[in-house]
Design a protein around this ligand. Structure first.
Ligand code: NAP
Length: 260
């Protein structure tokens, strides 16, 4: 299927590794020019080189913290026009809500709610004026099925999801702009590996049994790949997906047990 987005420009945030990288790669394969960001310049440059090797699309790498005003300004400045915005950033740490003070909450809200909103604010009206725009917010399966130790993530991402539900259905919907959430279940990334290692350490169990316990709880009996994640993201950015907006697309190998 030709997704019809070759030549467009995408800003893919937090994309030197993991899910963001998977999204950037899938878009580049469709001929989309991309600006990719991450804090660590070395890994980002290596990823940019990999992306350039995938096709003829232009790939620009901007090192910086996307949760800061400076990081966002630099990323936006590098993108001639943002037709596609993939919002992503590191997730907040797990813990007990009794230990989270106001500062911890503000940090989580900044990263996982206010940063995507700021980037949407900077780009969405120009998308509407051009008659095409796609925003994909990488959130988490925890938006639909909250996980107790990930309270900072549950709270911040739910705030974003509620806000988007209104914005996606505003006047921009009639002007070619769609905004959707893409909700990862368990994907084989550094983030997941770090979570497993912390879980093993805390429980005193060996790493393999922690990984297996999680794996067998997923109907697909495996973790997702970043390529699978990127492919769905690219489709959500396609011309064919123009009628898909205000939705939260769960990609979790069947782990969420509900019918709706
Ligand atoms: P990952 O493999 O650790 O990759 C995170 C990427 O984001 C890296 O490129 C990292 O590079 C970049 N990054 C992190 N914080 C950033 C910041 N402030 N500014 C710019 N770049 C930043 O993580 P992932 O698994 O792809 O997860 C991506 C998001 O999905 C996270 O919010 C995570 O909580 C969420 N999620 C993941 C899963 C899963 O199974 N993997 C499940 C549910 C939700 P630098 O460190 O160099 O900045």
């Amino acid at each position: 299927m030709n997704l019809g987005i070759g030549g467009k420009w995408a800003l893919v945030c937090a994309a030197s590794k993991g899910l963001g990288k998977g999204c950037a790669a899938a878009l580049v394969k469709e001929g989309v020019n991309v600006v990719v960001t991450a804090r660590g310049a070395e890994a980002l440059e290596a990823t940019a080189a990999e992306l350039r090797a995938l096709g003829s699309a232009e790939v620009r790498a901007v090192a910086g913290d996307i949760t800061t005003a400076e990081g966002r300004a630099a990323a936006l400045a590098a993108c001639p026009q943002v037709d596609i915005l993939v919002n992503n950033a590191g997730g907040p740490p797990p813990g007990d809500f009794r230990d989270w003070d106001r500062e911890a909450w503000i940090k989580a809200l900044d990263a996982n709610m206010l940063t995507p909103i700021e980037l949407i604010r900077s780009t969405v009206d120009a998308m509407a004026a051009r008659g095409y725009g796609r925003v994909v917010n990488i959130t988490s399966g925890a938006v639909k099925a909250p996980i107790d130790v990930l309270g900072l993530s549950n709270g911040a991402r739910s705030g974003l999801t509620g806000f988007i539900a209104g914005l996606a259905r505003s006047a921009i919907a009639a002007r070619g702009v769609t905004i959707n959430g893409l909700l990862p279940g368990a994907f084989d990334t550094d983030r997941l590996r770090v979570t497993f290692a912390a879980g093993a350490k805390k429980s005193g169990r060996d790493l393999e049994s922690v990984v297996n316990a999680r794996r067998v709880g997923i109907p697909a009996q495996r973790f997702g790949s970043i390529e699978e994640f990127g492919a769905v993201c690219a489709f959500m950015c396609s011309l064919q997906a123009g009628y898909l907006t205000g939705q939260n697309v769960l990609l979790d190998g069947g782990a969420y047990p509900g019918a709706y």
